[in-house]
Design a protein around this ligand. Structure first.
Ligand SMILES: O=C(CO)[C@H](O)[C@H](O)COP(=O)(O)O
Length: 236
């Protein structure tokens, strides 16, 4: 233990806290997945505990979000029980200047897209390292595929110019299995010139459930940064 401050952790904490502060009492809240959103869920729980926030219901985007919501005392509901989502908070792996995203680093992009797209306001929480000029420049594009279609989907992606690789588990032999029981292919594209078109093209391949391109979904992007040794949160 050196006791040194981890700047990435601080950026994630601060941006998570800033997003959680935007949630109002009596609202339905989409709870995203990942290490940044985990801080937002924790702070939402703190606000509930202190009585500053009351009567919210969370809709989790993953098993991870569900476990965290229960840990921090956030009541949960389902999409069958509500007719809208007021606000969703979720992380991203890349954000371009048009607020288009690549998500799915946690293999949760299918449920995330359902919840984030339904929300009246979708707030993205990222640290400054996630900003890119062009999607696909630092992160492979995740594609969730039903297991029996893995081989033909990989071939179809190669024909589109992508280099697909099956995502393998860590501390688990074999592939990553999503919350829906599917697999994830991570795809390297040399250049994603038209994210909206690629999003549709990939989802049109039989066997593909959903890909990690989120085009025109984000309403607000909050960015955590460290300036002059101090954590700051700014809006894109
Ligand atoms: O899309 C996601 C999970 O599928 C996450 O939101 C994304 O991977 C960002 O995670 P983190 O905040 O841990 O960097």
């Amino acid at each position: 233990m050196t006791g040194e401050i981890d700047p990435i952790k601080v950026m994630k904490q601060e941006v998570g806290k800033a997003a959680a502060a935007l949630v109002k009492s009596g609202t339905i809240v989409g709870l995203g997945t990942g290490s940044t959103t985990a801080y937002a869920i924790e702070y939402l729980g703190n606000r509930l505990k202190s009585g500053e926030l009351t009567d919210i219901q969370g809709i989790p985007t993953s098993f991870q979000a569900e476990v965290l919501a229960k840990k921090y005392g956030i009541p949960l509901t389902t999409l069958d029980a509500v007719d809208h989502i007021d606000i969703a908070i979720d992380g991203a792996d890349e954000v371009d200047p048009q607020k288009n995203l690549i998500k799915g680093g946690g293999a949760a992009h299918t449920r995330e897209k359902v919840v984030d797209a339904l929300a009246d306001q979708f707030i993205v929480v990222v640290d400054g390292n996630k900003l890119v000029d062009r999607l696909g420049s630092t992160f492979l594009l995740p594609v969730e595929v039903i297991p029996m279609a893995i081989t033909p989907v990989m071939r179809a992606i190669e024909k589109l110019g992508g280099k697909p690789e099956l995502r393998m588990g860590v501390k688990k032999a074999g592939p990553v299995i999503t919350d829906q029981g599917n697999m994830v292919i991570d795809v390297k594209f040399d250049s994603i010139d038209n994210p909206a078109e690629l999003e549709k093209t990939l989802n049109n391949i039989p066997g593909v459930l959903e890909n990690g391109l989120f085009v025109g979904v984000a309403d607000k992007v909050l960015i955590g940064e460290v300036k002059d040794g101090q954590p700051v949160v700014r809006e894109m």
